[in-house]
Ligand binder design. Structure first.
Ligand SMILES: Nc1ncnc2c1ncn2[C@@H]1O[C@H](COP(=O)(O)OP(=O)(O)OP(=O)(O)O)[C@@H](O)[C@H]1O
Length: 255
């Protein structure tokens, strides 16, 4: 994973203001294929705002976002999704009364149709969406649960389904917002295994509070404090970075 490779997603000078507050301040970031790139920071550091701007759900105040060399800064979220940026959410977005496969197929169809009201019309005969959904479920380790009602899945399996729904949109960049939240140790291990496999074929951005997991899985870590990036490096270098230790890890140890 060398810096010489062209990043799949590049962010330069990305800034978001809320009135007088600068929630994300002049952030540079490069996401590369084959890497899990974690973004960590204390509460309010700007991680969610950053991910919302990358996915297209929130406009940037200034700065640029480039996907495979193309400026997508002002591209709306649905087009950005079709261009290859997929995300999972902190909140659950599944339909509990539908099966696992149906949830995944809807995600695939919503992404492939520019007009969402065509989803239902197309659902009975959209073989390619079904195929994409099945592949995504298999990749997320949920193939055996395809016909289970999503509402009856365990918490961990629901988070896996969120990732599968994201995969069904066939993204090249995966933005994962706290995929380990609320998980027990067994579920965490399963999700970490999945994230490790997702490296292949994707550039993965991981926003996560579980530091043990982040330091185990990440190839690169960016540390944010008060909206600004204070360091981007390998986990080993971040661990010993004095600025990071003071600004963030020190706070955690004593918090
Ligand atoms: N819609 C908004 N309007 C005004 N201020 C906002 C808005 N969204 C976020 N903020 C502020 O921007 C700052 C960054 O918030 P953000 O949610 O991005 O942080 P975070 O790092 O994701 O925090 P957490 O780890 O708690 O999720 C905070 O001070 C927050 O209060």
């Amino acid at each position: 994973m060398t810096d010489a490779r062209t990043p799949k997603l590049s962010v330069r000078g990305l800034t978001r203001r809320f009135g007088g507050l600068i929630a994300v301040n002049n952030v540079d970031l490069d996401l590369r294929d084959g890497e899990v790139h974690a973004v960590i920071g204390t509460n309010g550091a700007g991680k969610s705002t950053l991910i919302n701007m990358l996915s297209g759900e929130m406009p940037a105040s200034s700065g640029t976002i480039t996907l495979k060399g193309k400026d997508v800064t002002h591209m709306p979220q649905p087009r950005r999704s079709r261009a290859g940026i997929g995300r999972s959410y902190q909140r659950t977005t599944i339909f509990p009364e539908f099966t696992v496969l149906e949830n995944c197929r809807l995600a695939a169809q919503a992404q492939s149709h520019s007009r969402p009201w065509h989803i239902w019309q197309a659902s009975s005969h959209c073989a390619s969406s079904l195929e994409r959904a099945r592949i995504a479920l298999g990749r997320a380790g949920l193939g055996v649960h395809a016909n289970t009602h999503a509402g009856s899945l365990s918490h961990g399996a629901k988070r896996q389904l969120e990732v599968a729904m994201c995969l069904a949109t066939q993204p090249q960049v995966l933005l994962l917002d706290e995929p380990l939240a609320g998980m027990g140790s067994e579920e965490t291990e399963r999700m970490l295994g999945l994230l490790g496999e997702l490296r292949s074929g994707h550039a993965v951005l991981l926003v996560e509070h579980d530091m043990d997991a982040v330091f185990r899985i990440a190839d690169r870590i960016t540390v944010m404090v008060n909206g600004s990036v204070v360091a981007t490096d390998t986990p080993d270098q971040i661990r010993v970075n004095p600025v990071v230790r003071t600004a963030y890890l020190g706070e955690e140890q004593h918090g």
